[in-house]
Design a protein around this ligand. Structure first.
Ligand code: NA7
Length: 498
């Protein structure tokens, strides 16, 4: 009977066409010779960068390291233009890679997965899309990223708002014209800190609603000069070995110095040098910033003093530096003129700490105290249902039921790659893997290579089904918790890291 549903059979299916999905397709199709396809919700490649097009959207990793390292040819043919790649340049890069490897012919664009079911008798995964497609494959790989499921907080009255509202992670492709508009931005994480300075330059007035004050280090973005670009092209092996050998996968080393073991003068001078260099490198100025409260307090004090120097209104500076967590215990943002933006006449800061948003009314945002802020547009820079969100949204059912239920007490899995009772399913950069704590493309390559070799092994040994052992998954999850507890990361109230 023709029910309008299109059935398609593959050896392997990948969900998502970002950094991870594209490389995984290349390896399974071109190295293992498997009949492989990607199912992608967007109309183009890019993954998280397909959707994140908000003003100021830019990667915090430095471009010479935010790239694939599996191909010398790709490395040498591509040239980044700035220290940190902006969202459109990353899409250009991924399009270049996809075209170069002829990947697009095996990608189903505009197909949104709503259910993945393991069919035990057939030993196959069935993947269903909202576009009436049914895909079948022995191997299923999720390449859905860690930050792709947007979080719009449930604030009463949003539907009554007469203006327009946007989430930074679902930004309109045609852009947004803020000219002459009163804009409210909720959220001061990495995204909000990038967006506010750019929105402020365009709109009539910007009100930034801050729930938790945040540290930020100057990015010091600049165009790469020709000499440096040439150096990057000619040093493929050195760069590759660097990113593959540093703990974070970034193209810089972390110092061995311990904060309290240098003199006060030297400490100040090292922090100052790191501040001037800017970027995520700041975190590596001492070895113990994330493990010793005392060390962390030194960095925190230094950053707060820098913020105070930048912000002219002492009351505003006070609210911006009233930070309740250790430096870098939340994802540490880097910025271009974020704090300086509060010196503009058309920018105001609202402290939500003791006076949260109570509701959105037709003309703006009302706080619990009754104070109203009239707005024409609201920008939600409120982050994502991180890590587990994009996976549970796929509605994956294994041999023992649904993933959402399986993970009701936390995302138990092995190496962030495989989940007991979900046979032949692999996650790229799943929860409990280094993923967002590292420079993502480097971690992605490691996972994709692991998965590829695992599938190759199964094929060679005629193994039809593989899944994580439950004890191994429990041990791994406990191990991850133990490691996290040796750091300052758990000392934070709201953090998507957790
Ligand atoms: P984040 O880092 O999760 O930041 C979200 C921000 O939104 C943060 O300041 C939150 O405050 C704030 N937030 C969230 N919900 C609310 C409500 N209901 N009211 C007020 N404020 C709220 O997401 P980003 O998009 O900035 O960054 C995500 C990552 O993307 C980034 O680190 C890079 O890796 C790329 P909170 O701090 O929770 O109090």
């Amino acid at each position: 009977m023709d029910n309008g549903i299109k059935d398609m059979h593959y050896d392997a299916l990948i969900i998502g066409a970002g950094f991870s999905g594209l490389y995984q397709l290349h390896r399974l199709r071109d190295d293992l010779g498997l009949d492989t396809a990607i199912i992608e919700q967007g109309k183009g490649v890019g993954g998280t960068w397909y959707w994140n097009r908000y003003p100021g959207a830019r990667c915090d990793s430095e471009s010479q390291g935010y790239a694939y390292f599996f191909s010398k040819k790709i490395h040498e043919e591509w040239q980044w233009s700035e220290r940190y790649p902006c969202h459109s340049e990353i899409r250009q890069y991924l399009n270049y890679v996809a075209d170069n490897l002829n990947l697009k012919k095996d990608i189903f664009f505009g197909s949104k997965v709503y259910r993945c079911t393991f069919l035990t008798e057939q030993n196959l995964w069935r993947i269903q899309t909202e576009q009436n497609e049914s895909f079948f494959a022995k191997w299923l790989i999720t390449a859905v990223g860690c930050l792709s499921s947007t979080n719009v907080p449930k604030i009463a009255g949003l539907s009554s708002f007469k203006g327009t509202w946007y989430h930074t992670g679902q930004w309109p492709h045609e852009g947004v014209n803020f000219k002459g508009r009163k804009v409210g931005q909720i959220g001061t994480g990495s995204t909000g800190i990038q967006a506010a300075p750019v929105i402020a330059q365009e709109c009539e007035h910007l009100t930034v609603f801050q729930r938790t004050a945040n540290y930020s280090i100057p990015a010091r973005n600049a165009p790469w000069d020709d000499a440096y670009s040439k150096w990057v092209k000619n040093h493929f092996r050195e760069l590759k070995s660097l990113v593959k050998s540093t703990p974070s996968g970034h193209p810089f080393r972390i110092s061995n110095d311990l904060t309290m073991e240098v003199s006060e003068n030297e400490r100040r001078s090292l922090l100052n040098d790191a501040w001037l260099k800017g970027g995520l490198r700041f975190r590596g100025v001492f070895n113990d910033l994330l493990t010793s409260s005392k060390a962390n307090q030194q960095a925190a004090k230094f950053i707060k003093s820098k913020i105070q120097e930048k912000v002219s209104n002492p009351e505003t500076a006070k609210v911006l530096t009233d930070i309740d967590h250790p430096y870098a215990a939340k994802r540490p943002p880097i910025d271009t003129n974020y704090f300086e933006t509060f010196n503009r006449d058309n920018v105001a800061l609202v402290d939500l700490k003791d006076n949260p948003i109570s509701e959105i009314f037709p003309n703006g945002i009302r706080l619990q105290s009754g104070i109203e802020h009239e707005l024409d547009a609201i920008v939600f820079a409120t982050g994502f249902d991180a890590m587990t969100g994009p996976l549970v949204k796929l509605n994956i059912a294994g041999t023992e039921g649904n993933l959402r239920n399986y993970w009701r007490n936390g995302p138990m899995n092995y190496l962030g790659l495989s989940i007991p009772s979900f046979p032949n399913l692999f996650m790229i950069t799943g929860p409990g893997s280094p993923s967002v704590l590292s420079n993502m493309p480097v971690s992605i390559e490691q996972h994709v290579d692991w998965i590829t070799e695992c599938i190759r092994y199964c094929a060679d040994k005629k193994i039809d089904s593989i899944e994580a052992d439950e004890d191994a998954a429990k041990d791994w999850t406990t191990h991850v918790d133990e490691i996290a507890n040796t750091t300052l990361l758990p000392k934070v109230k709201h953090s998507w890291y957790l």
